[in-house]
Design a protein around this ligand. Structure first.
Ligand code: TXA
Ligand code: MG
Length: 353
């Protein structure tokens, strides 16, 4: 299959060309095809959420286990009603505060949503993205787009269309290139089907932000604690995502000690002829002796780090480094989402010094 690649940014959405491309993308979806598109979090791989066969194709294109349910993306609030059995008050309040935006809510599904979409669950994950290309594309496609991140299963989620192409070229009908995404980590997932709201995946919308709208929000304890022995409530969280090809170890501790320790590790690795990648930050990057030292961003604004993390992991794959050492990040605010993804990438390999 030849994959069509079209540049389509939020700025030129009103042009005649943009409207034509979106209509054609919508037609591909209605005919059962797959279109990758930008969202504010990461690129999504879209199919008609209400048809079985296109959703099956998503799993095939990604190489994704079929028990891992898809998020249904909508473009307007009222479209939530046909796909759910009930919309609790909390969902309305959260939507008022955070939609459109990087928040996914788990609700009880209606019969309209095929089991194929929800991986056999009787709940459905719903999100209304804020990216204008995403929303226009969803509306052109009939209103319901099932979309996982547009990476091959096990690779970091794509934050640039170039990475979607790397993973999906020849497997899907079309890629919409909206430039680099704004957030860089997948949406926060909150489950509203149990007694108490619970975060199943941390993201840009933090627990503190949710608790300003809902009084108390629990966090699935498997998120940061791999040793809990429990299965995560979001089936996808049990897989070792975002794994770079090289072994990744996180080093936690005070800044000077971390720099010294990592440099020590670099020297040891060099004796064995190994190539070393390092995830550093603005302040420390000049102090490392590794072969490929990446600046993830500024600790004063961890959103910068969220945006670069997945790109850096992919670059290490391209550069064929043998081992990677990373600094550790705060486990508050967006830092919790960063650490959640980094710990997964590291297979929970963290050394505290
Ligand atoms: O930011 C995002 O959410 C991106 C963009 C494209 O919107 N999408 C995304 O999808 O990250 P994906 O498929 O990579 O991750 C979806 C996660 C998985 O961990 C899945 O197990 C969980 O959501 N999930 C989906 N439906 C669920 C349900 N009914 N109950 C519990 N977890 C669910
Ligand atoms: Mg994913």
């Amino acid at each position: 299959m030849e994959t069509r690649f079209e540049v389509l940014t939020e700025e030129d959405l009103d042009s005649e060309r943009a409207r034509k491309i979106l209509r054609e993308a919508g037609d591909i979806i209605k005919a059962g095809g797959l279109v990758a598109f930008p969202t504010e979090t990461v690129y999504g791989l879209g199919a008609d959420a209400l048809q079985e066969e296109p959703c099956r194709k998503i799993y095939e294109a990604k190489g994704r286990p079929s028990d891992n349910p898809l998020i249904v993306h909508i473009g307007r609030w009222e479209d939530i009603y046909p796909i759910t059995r009930e919309v609790p008050e909390e969902a309305k309040r959260l939507a008022d505060a955070f939609w459109p935006g990087p928040l996914t809510m788990i609700l009880k599904k209606s019969d309209l949503v095929p089991m194929r979409t929800t991986g056999g669950l009787d709940t459905v994950a719903v999100r209304m993205p804020s990216h204008k290309v995403a929303r226009q594309f969803i509306l052109e496609s009939g209103g319901y787009i099932a979309a996982p991140s547009a990476n091959r299963s096990g690779r970091p989620s794509p934050t640039l269309a170039r990475y979607v192409k790397e993973d999906m070229d020849g497997r899907i009908e079309m890629i919409l290139d909206g430039g680099q995404v704004g957030i860089g980590l997948e949406s926060t997932i909150v489950d509203l089907t149990e007694d108490k709201p619970m975060i199943l995946r941390p993201g840009y919308i933090t627990r503190e932000m949710l608790e300003q709208v809902l009084q108390k929000v629990e966090v699935d304890r498997t998120i940061l604690d791999d040793a809990s022995g429990q299965a995560p409530k979001a089936p996808g969280m049990k897989y070792r995502h975002y794994a770079p090809r090289a072994d990744l170890t996180i080093i936690a501790g005070n800044e000077d000690a971390v720099v010294a320790h990592i440099n020590e590790k670099v020297r040891e690795a060099h004796k064995e002829g190994k190539k070393v990648g390092i995830i550093s930050t603005e302040r420390t990057m000049g102090r490392y002796e590794g072969d490929s030292v990446k600046n993830a961003g500024s600790r004063d604004n961890e959103e910068t780090i969220a945006r670069e993390l997945f790109r850096i992991l992919r670059e290490f794959d391209d550069e064929d480094v043998d081992v990677i050492y990373s600094e550790s990040f705060e486990e508050s605010g967006i830092g919790q989402a960063i650490m959640n993804r980094l710990l997964k990438a590291a297979g929970h390999h963290i050394e505290s010094i």
